[in-house]
Design a protein around this ligand. Structure first.
Ligand SMILES: CC(C)(COP(=O)(O)OP(=O)(O)OC[C@H]1O[C@@H](n2cnc3c(N)ncnc32)[C@H](O)[C@@H]1OP(=O)(O)O)[C@@H](O)C(=O)NCCC(=O)NCCS
Length: 222
């Protein structure tokens, strides 16, 4: 599963992959995009906007995993966020921050209020990345095309961040989507640390069943 840094030209494909991968996800599908069947392009627009926003932040590194055959198709992608330190992203592509993107049409599949809930919920859980866990890697987004799931793409994209975190000796966090705890537990994310719905006034409270927060620290030397 060859993994490489994403380029600007991959962004459209990455948005399409997430749209498919998270189509029926309880949060990105049902909660945020209740009108996706009537407006099937909406989730793709949502992901495009989200990726473009993250693209400008040097704390983020974007990776793609390709099929490695003659087509070498992009089958999966990840966004790793380095918490606690403002630095140039690992691809050191400074041009990444200066991209001017064409405007997007409105996302008619989205719930007008709920579309902001995820971003607003972060204020309630940001204490996770403080104290001994201020310096950390977070796997912010991970998506494999449904037709390529189970081929090792997710694991390969995870290995990149695990290696970085091991060499920097910092812990790794994830907010796990419903049904994905087992995937992360297998990779050593075994320290439970609450849920994305935690905190008084968190807009996600009661809306989802998933969102468990896990930490991985087994790669840290005692
Ligand atoms: C979660 C996801 C990224 C996994 O990607 P993938 O490319 O299918 O995963 P891999 O093929 O690398 O699987 C690695 C291992 O995890 C296991 N695994 C995969 N999904 C699992 C799950 N939901 N629960 C438990 N184990 C799982 C695989 O069986 C494999 O085990 P092995 O190493 O013993 O062979 C993919 O299912 C996905 O994109 N889902 C929809 C979007 C999503 O929820 N993303 C995660 C957001 S937190």
């Amino acid at each position: 599963m060859p993994v490489r840094f994403a380029t600007k030209d991959d962004v459209g494909t990455m948005a399409r992959i997430s749209s498919e991968a998270f189509w029926d996800d309880e949060l990105f599908g049902e909660v945020i995009h209740p009108y996706r069947d009537q407006h099937p392009d909406g989730p793709r627009l949502y992901w495009l906007a989200l990726i473009r926003k993250g693209w400008q932040d040097p704390a983020n590194t974007f990776l793609v995993s390709t099929t490695g055959d003659e087509k070498n198709k992009v089958a999966a992608w990840a966004q790793w966020t380095r918490k606690g330190r403002k630095e140039t992203a690992a691809d050191e592509d400074s041009m990444r921050k200066q991209v001017e993107w064409p405007a997007l049409p409105p996302n008619e599949a989205a719930h007008p209020e709920r579309i902001t809930y995820l971003e607003r919920s972060y204020d309630h859980i940001s204490h996770q990345w403080t104290g001994a866990r201020e310096q950390a890697y977070d796997i912010a987004i991970l998506a494999t095309l449904p037709s390529h799931q189970g081929e090792g793409h997710g694991k390969a994209l995870m290995q990149w961040g695990i290696q970085r975190a091991t060499s920097e000796q910092v812990p790794i966090s994830v907010i796990s989507a419903l049904g994905k705890d087992g995937f992360y537990n297998k990779l050593g994310f075994t320290i439970p640390a609450g849920n994305a719905q935690d905190g008084e006034g968190n807009p996600l409270a009661g809306l989802v069943e998933g969102g468990n927060i896990w930490w991985k620290e087994d790669h840290l030397k005692a």
